[in-house]
Design a protein around this ligand. Sequence first.
Ligand code: HEC
Length: 102
Amino acid sequence: MALLVLFTGNVFSQAPAPEADPEAGRRLYTSFCARCHGINLVSSSGAYFDLRTFPRDDKERYLKSVNEGKRAMPAWKGIVKPDEMEAIWAYIGKVNNWGPSK
Ligand code: HEC
């Protein structure tokens, strides 16, 4: 992991931030989120927010809720890094067929 960070750091240091990677997001989602929100965003329980219905134009709300937590959901700030949250957002968009991110 440290090597990967070094490597991408060198390659992208002068370039604009690369597009968030939905495949990386899928892996992160599976580790951190799927136990509540379900595989492929399909939750077994209505107690957890159905991420298939999340408004695509409200990324601000996504970031706020995920960073700070919301009621029964723990805060992820400090556990999930900002670029990882972007990747998970890209993954949610991919599953929901939102098309290119705005
Ligand atoms: C311990 C179970 C649990 C885990 C793990 C979990 N969530 Fe949640 N999440 C919830 C619950 C419960 C809610 C509904 C909160 C409410 O509105 O009462 C929720 C709601 C949300 C919402 C909607 C918030 C809103 O503004 O309405 C988003 C987005 C979300 N979760 C994303 C994530 C992401 C991304 C992860 C992984 C980093 C994750 N959650 C992990 C339990 C969980």
